[in-house]
Design a protein around this ligand. Structure first.
Ligand SMILES: [Zn+2]
Length: 156
């Protein structure tokens, strides 16, 4: 088995993903530590350890990316964490970079409309034109493409 696929290394990756998911939860709005853990469980279908969540929140706070306010929740006061403007900007950048990486990874399942050249990820409109299967973003592009082809042939 190659080294990169050994469980230990995968765990390292997962722990980075945990931090990534925590950021996506904070990005949606202020949350206290306990609700982050709950949200995480709901969304990722996996437990996240408080010993990962709280030190991570503290690190973010030390870097000025997160602030907290004390708010009464039930009988206790809880720290409600919130991204600062800087933290929010950093997350936006991170998510964009991540989205680009994902887009590159799924590129093989992406089509380009033969008429307008726009990218089509799903729901592409296919038509067989002159024995060749062509892909379009919509039926209107397919029609325009055919009309263009006919007018070119008429000029010959
Ligand atoms: Zn098109």
């Amino acid at each position: 088995m190659p080294k990169e696929t050994q469980p230990q290394n995968i765990d390292d990756l997962i722990s980075d993903f945990s931090r990534f998911y925590i950021l996506t939860i904070l990005y949606e709005g202020p949350a206290h530590g306990y609700s982050i853990i709950n949200q995480f469980k709901k969304r990722v279908k996996k437990e996240v350890s408080p010993s990962l969540v709280y030190p991570f929140l503290q690190q973010l706070e030390e870097k000025g990316l997160v602030t907290h306010t004390l708010k009464p929740v039930g009988e206790k006061e809880r720290k409600v964490f919130e991204l600062t403007d800087e933290g929010r900007d950093l997350c936006t950048g991170l998510f964009k970079r991540f989205a680009e990486l994902v887009a590159i990874a799924i590129e093989p399942s992406m089509y380009v409309c033969a008429h307008c050249g726009c990218k089509v990820y799903e729901g592409a409109h296919r038509e067989v034109i002159h024995d060749k299967e062509m892909t379009f973003c919509c039926m209107h592009c397919a029609r325009s493409y055919k009309e263009l082809k006919v007018s070119k042939q008429a000029k010959k």
